[in-house]
Write a protein that binds this ligand. Structure first.
Ligand code: PEP
Ligand code: MG
Length: 625
């Protein structure tokens, strides 16, 4: 299998690639390289209406039952609106606000609405969700066409009440496929203002050539997912992107971070030649798959994969690159893709199948990491979860134990069937880590009481993603069985940046001396106590960062499977002595720019022929591993 490579999400390399130009013309949009690859095809501007449904049919014999489902959902929505009104009354709110809910009720009771949706279901055999969606679209269009403020506000009211109705419908519709229904067959470059992790998961992969977003940074989850899915992606392309017309042809270069619209013949020819060179270079990776990650002076570096969806495609990629195991399985993706919290049995089966696929190699399950970018509408809507948006990761699970109870039981059960490890995300310090471990212990006690077979012991690690965790890395290294550094969060949390909105002016930030020293400190504390340290953020797949990382003693790197061959090739060409020398020089430098410059100078001087991003551009490739 041929890998498509060049990781280095947001790497400064993009600025020094030969031929890089900063064309201000709106036809050539420049953003941040988020996932490598080069594709050409029609553009589709995707504006997800989260709560609206795809157009789906129901079997004629099921139409009456579908209509009954709608009626039941309307009844539940009436109850919701009543509750909201009561809450307002209890707070002695302005009477006009209560009146709004009165008008919401009247929309639900409106004979025109009831009649329309009934016909859509019983006569046109649409699902209840599709029928409501058709109604919302038609009424909104009609009201907005009237160009009158009263009707525009009315349209907003209709949308509001219909959104409640749609939630009631989906509540009772567990496990339904929520994939976006894109109205074309040929794959397109998907253009969007922003893509949340759920949006990315819900896009049908066979219709996607690549992703281009107006906003977003190199560490955002859409960038990470695109790498995993091996989809070229460019983020932060700016507002001009959203004025593109559907169907216009684009060339998306995820390595350079450029989207060329309506390409000239010359640009199309250049695209063809460049694609050919890259493919030729990437073919040279195949022979590497059977070689281990060992430095020239004999130090074994474990190269592991990160999993998001853990579907057969992702697992096969890891297999093809002969990964040494799974260093990070982001278990929350199973939650994001589902309408309800997954059950213990569903999770147990999923985890068992991942362990079976790993065939004896270690798998690191990260407990569910929600909050921040990864929101779960389901959780937001839960009555007990007020303020849930203010906490993340381990804290969220400790505060709302119902989120991970089923997961902890499933892990105990599944971990009996393979070499499994568990780690907590966003660990602030020892108290929280211990509280997490206590929850894990309680889950086992419950299972034992219930007579359910499970593993004897769990290996439990702490993710180091917060500056506080770095400062107490000595204590965490004592308490935890292993540490895993999540640089995607550690970098923005350390430097006061927003992970989602890092832009092109910030590409040197991962090289900040503050970050470099933090990593070194964690590696040192781990080494002092014989606690293994892994890096599992995007940095682990950045060929420019390998030398400093192995130089500081990090011998476990976890990354998208596609990044493995290139990282392995650098490792097999260097020595620990060289890596330590480079690290030593970098640690003496005072600024991110200086570290960035020195590291790139060293790598391009000695390893340019190994880097896809360089060699594939110039044809200067090394053809044996
Ligand atoms: C990280 O923060 O580096 C990490 C691996 O976790 P995630 O990217 O899922 O937040
Ligand atoms: Mg993280």
């Amino acid at each position: 299998m041929t890998a498509r490579i060049v990781p280095s999400v947001g790497s400064p390399l993009t600025r020094i690639l030969p031929g890089q130009e900063d064309d201000a013309a709106p036809r050539i949009l420049t953003g941040i390289a988020a996932s490598p690859g080069l594709v050409m095809g029609p553009v589709y501007v995707h504006a997800p209406d989260d709560w609206l449904a795809a157009d789906r049919a129901v079997a004629p014999g099921q139409a009456a039952a579908e209509h009954a489902r709608l009626e039941a959902a309307i009844a539940r929505t009436r109850q919701t609106i009543d509750d909201l009104r009561e809450r307002l009354t209890a707070q002695d709110t302005d009477v006009t606000e209560g009146f709004i809910f009165q008008s919401h009720m009247s929309i639900l009771d409106d004979p025109m609405f009831r009649d329309r949706v009934r016909k859509e279901i019983l006569d046109n055999h649409r699902t209840a969700d599709s029928a409501v969606t058709v109604f919302v679209r038609d009424i909104t269009e009609a009201f907005l066409d009237l160009d009158d403020r009263y009707f525009q506000e009315k349209a907003a009211d209709v949308q509001d009440v219909m959104r409640h109705l749609m939630y009631s419908l989906t509540e009772a519709d567990d496990g339904a496929d929520r994939s976006y229904d894109l109205d074309f067959d040929e794959p397109h470059i998907i253009v969007a203002s922003e893509l949340t992790p759920s949006d990315t998961v819900l896009l049908p992969k066979d219709k996607v050539l690549g992703l281009a977003t107006e906003r977003g940074g190199p560490l955002s989850h859409v960038a990470i997912l695109a790498n995993t899915l091996q989809l070229p992606a460019v983020v932060g392309l700016g507002s001009a992107l959203m004025s593109l017309a559907d169907g216009v042809i684009g060339i998306l270069d995820g390595t350079r971070g450029v989207l060329t619209i309506d390409p000239t013949q010359e640009e199309i020819d250049a695209y063809g030649a460049q694609r050919q060179r890259r493919e030729q270079f990437e073919r040279t990776f195949d022979q590497l798959a059977t070689e281990p990650g060992v430095t020239r002076d004999g130090t074994r570096i474990h190269l592991l994969t990160n999993l998001e969806l853990a579907d057969s495609h992702e697992l096969a990629q890891g297999e093809a690159q002969a990964a040494d195991g799974v260093g990070l399985y982001r278990t929350e993706y199973a939650y994001l893709a589902s309408e309800s919290l997954p059950t213990e049995d569903e999770l147990y089966e999923k985890y068992c199948s991942i362990l079976a696929d790993a065939r004896g190699r270690p798998v690191t399950f990260r407990t569910v990491d929600l909050g921040g970018e990864k929101v779960l509408p389901l959780l937001d809507a839960a009555p007990r979860a007020e303020g849930v948006e203010n906490v993340r990761g381990l804290r969220l699970c400790l505060r709302y134990p119902e989120v991970w109870e089923a997961q902890l039981r499933a892990l105990w059960r599944a971990c009996a069937h393979g070499d499994a490890r568990v780690m907590f995300p966003m660990v602030p310090g020892v108290a929280e880590f211990r509280a997490g471990k206590n929850a894990v212990t309680r889950a086992r006690e419950q299972l034992e009481r219930d007579g359910v077979p499970c593993a004897d012991r769990l290996i439990i690690g702490a993710m180091i993603e917060l500056p506080s965790a770095v400062t107490v890395a000595d204590l965490l290294a004592e308490e935890a069985d292993f540490l895993s550094i999540g640089t995607n969060d550690l970098i923005p949390y350390s430097l006061g940046l927003d992970r989602t909105y890092m832009d092109r002016t910030m590409v040197s930030e991962p090289y900040h001396p503050g970050v470099l020293r933090a990593l070194k400190r964690v590696a040192d504390e781990g080494a002092l106590r014989d606690t293994p340290v892994t890096v599992c953020g995007e940095m682990a797949g950045d060929p420019f960062y390998v030398l400093p990382l192995i130089g500081m003693g990090v011998h476990r790197l976890s990354m998208s499977a596609a990044s493995i061959p290139q990282i392995k090739r650098v490792i097999r060409s260097t020595t620990i002595q060289e890596a330590r020398g480079v690290l030593g020089r970098l640690l003496e430098l005072p600024t991110a720019e200086a570290v960035d410059y020195e590291l790139h100078r060293h790598m391009l001087e000695h390893y340019a022929h190994l880097l896809v991003s360089h060699a594939a551009e110039t044809g200067d490739a090394e053809h044996d591993g």
